[in-house]
Design a protein around this ligand. Structure first.
Ligand SMILES: Cc1cc2nc3c(=O)[nH]c(=O)nc-3n(C[C@H](O)[C@H](O)[C@H](O)COP(=O)(O)OP(=O)(O)OC[C@H]3O[C@@H](n4cnc5c(N)ncnc54)[C@H](O)[C@@H]3O)c2cc1C
Length: 401
């Protein structure tokens, strides 16, 4: 995949066979798809339900892979860099130093930048359009869009529709995809503890509270986001509040939403009466289920779908993304019901070569990380296998809305 900063290659630019592509959802995945298609001279119309591009502020951590994908488009969103991870469980600690820093980004700045670049490339963004349903006939898909401000509806026909409308995608459901499983993510913005460096993320494994983990991610020298992923929304919030008290941290604001759970690859393309619908980002569960990060994988899903539209179906990016997401699923299955003893053993097992592998490779290179860590510390293979055999299946059932 070429970065947006690189000149496009010299082969002729393909376009879809007829008319504009409609993208529903003007957030990271939808806007990046729109940008890539518009840059290849495909007419694109984005329909976003919000009356303005003004997404809620949200602090996110991504790997440096975001820079490879977005180049300069992502730069305005970067607010901090992370060079170390500190892992804690049951009185034990391990530190992983990253060879290349992770990035802390502000989601609203990312979306503003993507919208600006998509428009400059020629995409049209129609705001205040709430997708209500679709009709497919004679090779066209007609979208019904509610305009709340005018108390009216409008229709828009396209041969190709891209759903970037998030975890409870209405477009996906209208086109016949099953509803995604989701889990609650809650985080509080807190003043950064005095003993904490702004280039370090803290992670706590507390299996009594969550099969995932707590994190504290600094967005600056003054503030950070402390959060967790849970299985039941009200309990996740209760655990977060208790954890804040335990750590003596005062929440400034809370952020939260439901995150899709990747339990298997979701085929991203469906033909409907001669037209086509594609899913990108959270709408296609393109979330790394080991850590529940969805920005980089959603952008890769967007790049893959753009590649498939421009290339007439095939996409290497989508094949690679599927392999990556499946690796994260394997890791999640291995760890999902880890006990406190398992986490203690895990942290104790992180010998120097295993830490070195974790330093070298990012969370967006799951296969390399898994392979190198297991070669360095074969005990982890046994722990992982035991997790998969004893608890792996319970993961797929967890997290229903
Ligand atoms: C609190 C929180 C913290 C997170 N932290 C991280 C992190 O640190 N790192 C990371 O990688 N990921 C993180 N994630 C996940 C990440 O934010 C998502 O995976 C990503 O934003 C999904 O992007 P998207 O474009 O697919 O969907 P969304 O960002 O959900 O966008 C969907 C868009 O579609 C629009 N829409 C929805 N329905 C309609 C409709 N009917 N008609 C028209 N428009 C519609 C919405 O208004 C929205 O603009 C976090 C998520 C949350 C909630």
């Amino acid at each position: 995949m070429s970065s947006p900063d690189q000149p496009s290659n010299s082969r002729p630019v393909p376009t879809t066979s007829s008319g504009p592509v409609a993208v529903v959802g003007g957030s990271a995945a939808g806007l990046f798809t729109a940008y890539l298609l518009a840059r290849a001279s495909v007419p694109v119309r984005v329909f976003e339900q919000s009356p303005c591009i003004d997404p809620a502020a949200r602090t996110l951590i991504v790997t440096r892979r975001m820079n490879d994908i977005l180049g300069k488009v992502g730069s305005p969103s970067i607010v901090n860099e992370i060079r170390k991870f500190e892992l804690f469980t049951d009185g034990r600690a391990a530190t992983i130093t990253l060879d290349q820093p992770d990035l802390i980004i502000e989601r609203s700045a990312l979306i503003h930048s993507l919208a600006k670049h998509a428009q400059q490339a020629g995409a049209q963004i129609a705001l205040g359009r709430n997708f209500r349903g679709l009709k497919a006939e004679n090779g066209k898909i007609t979208l019904e869009l509610e305009r709340a401000a005018e108390n009216s509806t409008e229709q828009f026909s396209a041969q190709t529709v891209v759903a970037g409308d998030g975890s409870s995608s209405r477009v996906a459901q209208a086109a016949g995809w099953p509803k995604s499983k989701t889990v609650p993510l809650v985080q509080a913005i807190v003043p950064l503890p005095k003993d904490m460096s702004p280039d370090t993320v803290r992670v706590w494994f507390v299996p009594a509270d969550t099969p995932y983990f707590y994190w504290l991610i600094p967005e600056s020298a003054e503030r950070g986001a402390l959060g967790l992923i849970g299985e039941v929304g009200s309990e996740a919030r209760k655990h977060l509040e208790a954890f804040l008290v335990k750590r003596n941290l005062e929440p400034l604001t809370f952020q939260g939403a439901r995150i899709p759970v990747y339990t298997r690859w979701v085929p991203v393309r469906k033909k409907l009466a001669g037209g086509e619908v594609f899913l990108v980002g959270d709408a296609a569960d393109q979330v790394k289920v080991s850590t529940v990060g969805g920005i980089v994988t959603g952008l890769r899903g967007a790049a893959g779908v753009a590649e498939a539209i421009l290339g007439g179906g095939a996409s290497r990016e989508l094949r690679e993304l599927r392999r990556e997401l499946d690796m994260h699923l394997l890791i999640r299955r291995a760890m999902h019901r880890f006990t406190q003893d398992d986490y203690s053993r895990l942290v104790d097992s992180l010998n120097a070569p295993a830490k070195r592998s974790l330093s070298q490779y990012s969370r967006d290179e799951a296969l390399k990380v898994l392979w190198r860590v297991c070669v360095s510390q074969p005990r982890l293979i046994l722990m992982g296998l035991r997790g998969i055999l004893t608890n792996g299946r319970s993961f797929a059932r967890a997290g229903n809305p």
